[in-house]
Write a protein that binds this ligand. Structure first.
Ligand SMILES: Cc1ncc(C[n+]2csc(CCOP(=O)(O)OP(=O)(O)O)c2C)c(N)n1
Ligand SMILES: [Mg+2]
Length: 359
């Protein structure tokens, strides 16, 4: 019997767990300012994350999905994309949002239950956070199709989780991206869990990257805790997309170090030992060790960074808490072009109860 088609999935890793290069690093890694900026963004993201959880625990924020463990991937995305590209996020992309220009106070506003937080002031063409799983993949290919039709040299980065790759929205989008050679990069963040469903039960495929093969696009596996690997693979995928050569899928293998959201308790379904091992592969620690090896970082700089990040986050919290609540009538006014008659009494009651002007 003849083999008709062989496929392969490549995999990329540059740093070992101790932050030492396993091989020669890509040339762009010589730009130490870029690498330092990445590290600072990861620490800022983690500081923000801790504060957001604390706000939820004290009744000052709604249900919040921790980004703990995803900081490397998000930072690489934020650095590799150009302002003209379009970011199509899911709900655990805080690190990328920050570099795209989203304000921390906007993120808090959104997770505080106020939709006005989604109107990113400084990056209006990035999409809002998608909480419904995988639906953003359809939006991403739609935007990428528009770019292709207009012959623009831009690209879309669409983020999703390992669990999202089991959904039809993702598989249909992948198919279209391949069939139409669309300028989109699917960044699958495989954090080993989809709430309480482990990766081993999520899919029969050995890798998620190989799902790309069915769509006729390349699939790459990267160590999602390795800043150099994620960045290098993404730079190549974006170059390919902008050059009109089509879509790619990158599976970034990492670990969700926190609970699924503040409404979850992961100790009920995963072992302390598994979590401990995952912490040993933490990407922030790994990059910090690399910076120390290269004599680019010192304990004093670390302390200063921690202080600066805390101050930045506190300012954002103050901005967030100072936003007056949206009028309760907004939930009706923005849902209907013309309010149905049956809801008019409800709207009138809201006006009375909240003392708002009927506009
Ligand atoms: C359409 C839809 N179905 C179910 C849910 C409930 N839900 C929220 S998160 C989640 C798991 C997603 O896991 P994964 O894609 O791996 O992303 P992660 O949360 O691990 O980052 C599910 C099923 C949802 N938000 N939307
Ligand atoms: Mg997951």
């Amino acid at each position: 019997m003849k083999s008709r088609y062989d496929f392969h999935v490549d995999s990329l890793r540059y740093l070992n767990d101790q932050g030492l290069p396993l091989d020669a690093l890509p040339t762009w890694a010589e730009e130490s300012e870029r690498v330092l900026a990445a590290y600072r963004n990861m620490v800022l993201t983690r500081t923000f994350d801790q504060k957001a959880i604390a706000l939820q625990r004290t009744g000052q924020c709604g249900t919040y999905p921790s980004v703990l463990g995803h900081e490397v991937v998000g930072t690489a995305i934020g650095q590799c994309m150009t302002p003209d590209d379009v970011f199509v996020p899911y709900y655990r992309d805080q690190a990328a949002h920050i570099l795209r220009g989203v304000k921390l106070s906007e993120l808090l506003l959104y997770w505080g239950g106020d939709e006005r937080g989604s109107a990113w002031q400084d990056c209006p063409h990035d999409l809002p956070i998608a909480v419904p799983i995988a639906t953003q993949c359809c939006h991403a290919v739609g935007i990428a199709a528009a770019m292709r039709i207009r012959d623009e040299h831009r690209a879309v980065v669409c983020c999703l989780g390992d669990g999202a790759t089991s959904k039809g929205d993702f598989l249909e989008s992948l198919n279209l991206a391949g069939a139409w050679h669309l300028p989109v990069v699917f960044m699958v963040i495989n954090n080993q869990w989809a709430i309480s469903t482990p990766r081993s039960l999520q899919s029969g495929t050995e890798t998620i990257a190989q799902k790309a093969i069915a769509g006729g696009i390349p699939g790459h596996l990267v160590d999602g805790n390795d800043y150099f690997a994620v960045t290098d693979q993404l730079l190549q995928a974006l170059e390919r997309a902008r050059a009109g050569k089509g879509a790619s899928l990158i599976e970034a293998v990492t670990y969700r170090l926190g609970d699924h959201t503040t409404a979850d308790d992961a100790t009920r379904y995963r072992s302390a030992e598994e979590l401990k091992q995952a912490w040993e592969r933490d990407g922030i620690k790994r990059l910090q060790r690399y910076l120390h090896h290269r004599a680019l970082w010192s304990p004093d700089q670390e302390q200063q960074l921690q202080t600066d990040c805390k101050a930045t986050v506190e300012l954002a919290v103050a901005d967030y808490l100072a936003v007056p609540p949206a009028p309760a009538t907004d939930m009706l006014d923005y849902l209907f072009a013309k309010l149905p008659k049956a809801l008019e009494p409800q709207r009138a009651r809201l006006v009375v109860r909240h003392g708002q002007e009927d506009v």
